[in-house]
Design a protein around this ligand. Structure first.
Ligand code: 5GP
Length: 207
């Protein structure tokens, strides 16, 4: 039988690399994706809506969710907590959707430990200079926060080889098409199709 369970895809990238925009484009232009919405203790940015970009929580509410084991993983990033609610991810995978987790690097490693079948993809900016320009240009963070995020990028740069794939976000449309092709091809992995292979093997053995 063909494997029709969804693939759990973890997407990370430096702050400002454009991964959020890529996720939006992927959902709008291609089928069969579900984007996990994280909970966070950080304040909403202008234009962000509770339940759309994030579930915005107080520290107390977030702690309660930890105690209730509601998270698949959670991590602290530049003074705030971020976590992936478990139930939605499990439900969507069972429904055969490819589930996107847009999370930072500690969370990504955590997910890989818990679910080795997860695939880790790191989005790279075309250059370090361009990253800095994009982060400053979006005007949503103070200078201090921008610097903290660039400092964090220095650390994250050492963890990229632990990811399975990298995709460079230069031309948005092309990069998203490449990301989609990459994710769709994961359905052809031999380890995701063990049942199919076994069935065929048994069949040919009966010849
Ligand atoms: P931002 O504040 O820019 O929305 O997100 C900051 C960082 O937190 C980004 O690298 C983002 O991918 C990451 N992040 C968002 N949600 C989660 C989550 O549920 N878990 C973890 N570990 N990281 C997250």
């Amino acid at each position: 039988m063909k494997n029709d369970k969804g693939v759990l895809v973890v997407i990370s990238g430096f702050s400002g690399c454009g991964k959020g925009t890529m996720m939006k484009e992927l959902l709008e232009n291609y089928d069969n994706y579900a984007l996990s919405i994280s909970a966070t203790t950080r304040s909403p940015r202008i234009g962000e809506v509770d339940g759309r970009e994030y579930f915005f929580k107080t520290k107390e509410e977030f702690k309660k969710m930890i105690d209730e084991q509601a998270f698949l993983e959670y991590a602290c990033y530049v003074d705030n907590y971020y976590g992936t609610p478990k139930a939605y991810v499990e439900k969507c995978l069972e429904e055969g959707k490819d589930v996107l987790l847009e999370i930072e690097i500690q969370g990504a490693h955590h997910v890989k430990e818990l679910m080795p079948e997860a695939v880790l993809i790191f989005i790279l900016p075309p250059s370090a200079e361009e990253l800095k320009n994009r982060l400053s240009g979006r005007g949503t963070e103070t200078e201090d926060v921008i610097q903290a995020r660039l400092d964090r990028a220095k650390e994250e740069a050492y963890g990229i080889e632990e990811y399975d794939y990298v995709v460079v976000n230069d031309n948005l449309e092309e990069s998203v098409a490449q990301l989609n092709a990459l994710i769709k091809s994961l359905h052809c992995d031999t380890f995701r199709n063990k049942e199919l292979i076994n069935n065929i093997r048994e069949g040919v053995n009966r010849f």
